[in-house]
Design a protein around this ligand. Structure first.
Ligand SMILES: Cc1cc2nc3c(=O)[nH]c(=O)nc-3n(C[C@H](O)[C@H](O)[C@H](O)COP(=O)(O)OP(=O)(O)OC[C@H]3O[C@@H](n4cnc5c(N)ncnc54)[C@H](O)[C@@H]3O)c2cc1C
Length: 569
């Protein structure tokens, strides 16, 4: 009879429990032991901010499974409060400390899914008891207690404006705290492009959340009531509660000490099917480095989707390798991510400008500002989409912000990326449509049309980052109506509405005086029409990608300094 497989899994949440549950479905006779340092397994870490904010009211909703339910349904031996502290890979033994003292457990196969822990920047006072993290059910219960208890906290500072930091900030604001978000990067949600992040910052302000971006916390000191957080720009922000959300670090410590190969950040390196450098040791999730699908760079992608997916695949691969079959490679993550900020949905997939530039990949960026569904159906709201496209038309990344159907557009684009579609091939996507849901030419199709025009040379774009060039070296032509122009334009721009352009070509040529023409309109549609007219007249021109909407979003608060109103009556 075949020897019974004994598999030990470290970490009992996303990646670990996916591996354990799948392994049981593949092998009824395997002995499966899950060692979890915390008091709960399989909890909904992604739901924690919504419990703090009061949208999820019953903490039991956060506990997807318990050790008892896992024993009953899947015959998995889940041992909570078991912290693994050592690994002897040669002898196939993990050791640690449990409720009954030290333990040692042998394994045939070991899966590591220890996740990540909150990064702790060297800020004096960070160990103050008013500083909290939001990573476990216990953290969420404690934070909810602080905001709803007999003397509820009145104010909070959130250190770090990543996804979890902003979710925490919104949750605390929902509980009517005065909230200030502190972010060292120039804008919130650092992976987001500037023109998208400024929309998010406007929404945070609308929610009444204070922002301190481009600054860092220097110290946290006790005050008469609560603490004072001193910022690098000298501001002193009082707070009853500080939420530390300044990024995560792989929780690979005990295993790296055992000879596991990790990158400089401590992320465990695995091969394409999830094996580490140590025999019979596999790893998944936040603790590992993945290979970015677009740039090929190895980096941790701390998201629930990849952790769950790879946990399941690792179980498949353990059985495949045991049975002499090849394993199934992990899909390289696109980093698709989404967050709700007030009335906005913010979503992204693939690479952003910074990662493309770092990888030396050439790209063009396309912006559009369509309505979430047909304009004539009540309630249509504008959404803001952008994609990065390679010189060969490859879809490299996409981001979206808006109040309607942003998630569906970015998910379609993520699917297209996974399927290897080029941006012009988006034209051919057969997407479902009726007026409450979309448009006959869906915004995703429209991105395809735009991209096709760019690649075939029918449309040349200039980008908001080239504003200085447009103001100094080009002739800036604004083709909106006189009323729109008067309401706000770049000072150097001359207004010739696109409907008058054909009749005024000589005047435009004279004004351009041999300079390239940088065309602007509101969203990029009329400037495209103007570009075609100018090109036909032999006048070289480029159309501002996404028009003045994109320019204003790119400039953010600085827009009021650059975009002027017409002083003329
Ligand atoms: C508040 C919050 C909100 C989030 N929201 C989202 C979201 O909306 N969307 C999204 O995609 N992702 C979200 N994430 C991230 C997502 O939860 C993680 O990417 C995912 O859980 C990673 O899975 P994992 O198995 O690698 O680690 P985890 O799910 O974190 O599990 C690791 C477990 O291992 C245990 N462990 C660690 N070291 C040891 C050890 N030495 N011995 C024993 N046990 C150990 C830990 O206690 C932990 O329970 C969120 C995370 C948090 C904290």
């Amino acid at each position: 009879m075949e020897k019974q497989l004994k598999c030990v899994i470290v970490g009992g949440v996303a990646g670990g429990m996916s591996a354990a549950a799948r392994l049981r479905r593949l092998d009824e006779h395997a002995e499966i032991i899950v060692l979890e340092a915390g008091p709960e397994v399989s909890f909904a870490n992604c739901g924690l901010p919504y419990f703090v904010g009061g949208e999820i009211t019953d903490p039991a909703e956060l506990l997807v499974q318990t050790p008892e339910s896992l024993r009953a349904s899947l015959n998995i031996d889940v041992r909570v409060n078991h912290q693994v502290t050592s690994l002897d890979a040669e002898n196939h033994i993990v050791g640690g400390v449990g409720p009954d003292g030290p333990f040692q457990i042998g394994y045939d196969q070991l899966v590591l899914s220890p996740g990540a822990s909150a990064m702790r920047p060297p800020i004096p006072g960070l160990d103050n008891p008013r500083v909290h993290t939001l990573r476990t059910v216990g953290d969420a219960l404690a934070m909810r207690g602080l905001v709803t208890g007999p003397t509820p906290a009145q104010s909070a500072v959130v250190l770090g404006a990543g996804f979890i930091g902003l979710e925490a900030a919104e949750a605390l604001r929902l509980q009517r705290l005065d909230v200030t978000v502190v972010e060292m990067a120039p804008h919130v949600l650092p992976p987001l492009e500037t023109e998208m992040a400024n929309l998010v910052q406007d929404e945070l302000r609308r929610l009444g959340i204070g922002l301190a971006v481009g600054v860092s916390a220097q110290s946290i000191t006790d005050a008469a009531a609560g603490v004072t957080v001193t910022l690098s720009d000298g501001r002193r922000v009082p707070a009853d509660l500080v939420v530390l959300s300044a990024g995560v670090a792989p929780a690979s410590g005990p295993f790296a000490d055992a000879g596991l190969v990790c990158d400089a950040r401590g992320a465990i390196l695995v091969d394409d099917i999830g094996r580490t450098n140590l025999k019979d040791v596999w790893a998944v999730g936040d603790a590992t480095a993945s290979i970015d699908a677009v740039t090929g760079v190895r980096r941790p992608v701390p998201l629930a989707g990849p952790a769950n997916r790879d946990g399941r695949i690792v179980a498949d691969n353990i059985v495949a390798v045991r049975d002499g079959r090849p394993g199934r490679p992990f899909a390289k993550p696109l980093g698709s991510a989404i967050v709700r900020i007030g009335g906005l949905t913010v979503a992204m997939t693939g690479a952003n400008r910074a990662s493309l530039q770092a990888a030396g990949i050439e790209f063009t960026t396309i912006h559009t500002h369509p309505l979430g569904h047909a304009a004539y159906f009540p309630g249509a709201k504008q959404v803001h989409l952008m994609v990065h496209m390679g010189t060969d038309g490859r879809l490299l990344g996409a981001q979206g912000v808006g109040a309607q159907n942003v998630d569906k557009r970015i998910d379609v684009l993520a699917t297209a990326m996974r399927g290897g579609l080029t941006v012009p091939e988006l034209i051919d996507l057969d997407l479902c449509y009726s007026p409450p849901y979309g448009s006959a030419k869906d915004p995703v199709n429209m991105i395809g049309y735009l991209a096709d025009n760019v690649l075939t040379g029918r449309l040349a774009l200039w980008q908001p980052a080239e504003l200085d060039w447009a103001r100094r070296e080009a002739f800036l032509l604004d083709v909106r109506s006189a009323t729109e122009f008067a309401a706000g334009h770049v000072p150097e721009a001359v207004n010739v509405p696109h409907t008058q352009l054909r009749a005024r070509l000589d005047e435009v040529a004279a004004l351009a005086a041999g300079r390239p023409i940088a065309i602007t309109c509101q969203s990029g549609v009329r400037s495209y029409l103007a570009h075609r007219v100018l090109e036909a007249a032999g006048l070289p021109s480029r159309s501002l990608s996404g028009g003045m909407l994109t320019l204003r979003q790119w400039l953010g608060e600085a827009a009021s300094d650059v975009v002027v109103k017409d002083a003329r009556p």
